[in-house]
Design a protein around this ligand. Sequence first.
Ligand code: COA
Length: 373
Amino acid sequence: MTTPKSPGLAGIVAGETSLSTVGKKGLGLSYRGYAITDLAEQATFEETAYLLLYGRLPNRKELEDYRRKLVGLRRLPEGLRKVLEQIPGSAHPMDVLRTGCSTLGTMEPESKDRPQEQVADRLLAAFPGMLTYWYHYQRDGRRITTVTEDECHAGHFLRLLHGQTPEEMHRRAVDVSLILYAEHEFNASTFSARVTASTLSDFYSAVTSAIGTLRGPLHGGANEEAFKVIARFKSADEAEQAIMEMLARKEKIMGFGHRVYRVADPRSDIIKAWAQKLASDAGREMLFEVSQRIELVMKREKNLFPNLDFYSASAYHICGIPTEMFTPLFVFARVSGWSAHIMEQRAANKLIRPTADYIGPAQRAFVPIDERE
Ligand code: COA
């Protein structure tokens, strides 16, 4: 039997990018050369999205204009709202976004008058509305307006979700998480988007592919799965015992480990600090203690570290976000990175089409149907 050259393409350099560095010596995680720590501390998500999509940090006027532009792109076409109303309330929110993205592509396709940058901004602006429109309609038949005047993407989503002005701490925590989630080099969903773009397919198809790829628990779906585990425990001791049992059964603990990082995920400390702040503000210290104990056990037993998804989970929970919406939040952010990658792929395109080692039967004679057993 031939051994695959690199299962899961681990360690394979599959192309070039000027968008981000992940785990590179001396560079750590950076977006277009800016350290993630600086962006998370000093920038907003809208600035970060502009940086990724348009290649540089906006000045004050450009940022104001960009924010207004996004506000203007929040309204959903009636046809899309009708489609969203048809999606069952039992559907997973990631499927709602996947369908919403695909549907919008039939109504507002790319064209000379609607170039790729316009599509990228439109999707970025429209995703929170798509999700919350479906959510409120399916929960209590309410047809909400998906337009708010909140110029902050995180604030806009929280307003649509809760129908009220979000607490400042929640708004900024979600804003920071969106910065951290915005871009991460050739991760599975981005690669998926680039593969689709490399066939010269349209923008919406590439983003739809990416959403489907992000959905799985080994990728974006990990934040939802991580919280389902954390939420089961009432104390740190209980968590420790259960995690030990899960590890003994060789179960994976979602929110730990990473394909590229070997020692730590540089995003984790940033979101962990927010998770702690939110927990103490909400009087939910036990949630943080449980999470910390799981981190300690995973380090001790498996030498594994939390990735961004682990502490994002409790941070989102405290902000009142339903668990099944955790991965959609990842979409709200990562659509900026995906879009920038689609544009980068198109600018120097080469069809992505690897080969495989064949491990099936040797060539054999075809058996006519009446002669088969
Ligand atoms: N919990 C328990 N064990 C884990 C683990 C986890 N979260 N992550 C990795 N391991 C173990 C594997 O079981 C494997 O052990 P083995 O060699 O004894 O079989 C070893 O570590 C290597 O893991 P593997 O899954 O082969 O490495 P990878 O590079 O393919 O995986 C991930 C990277 C991210 C897919 C993996 O760490 C994982 O599944 N994590 C949980 C999902 C998650 O949080 N995803 C979000 C990533 S940002």
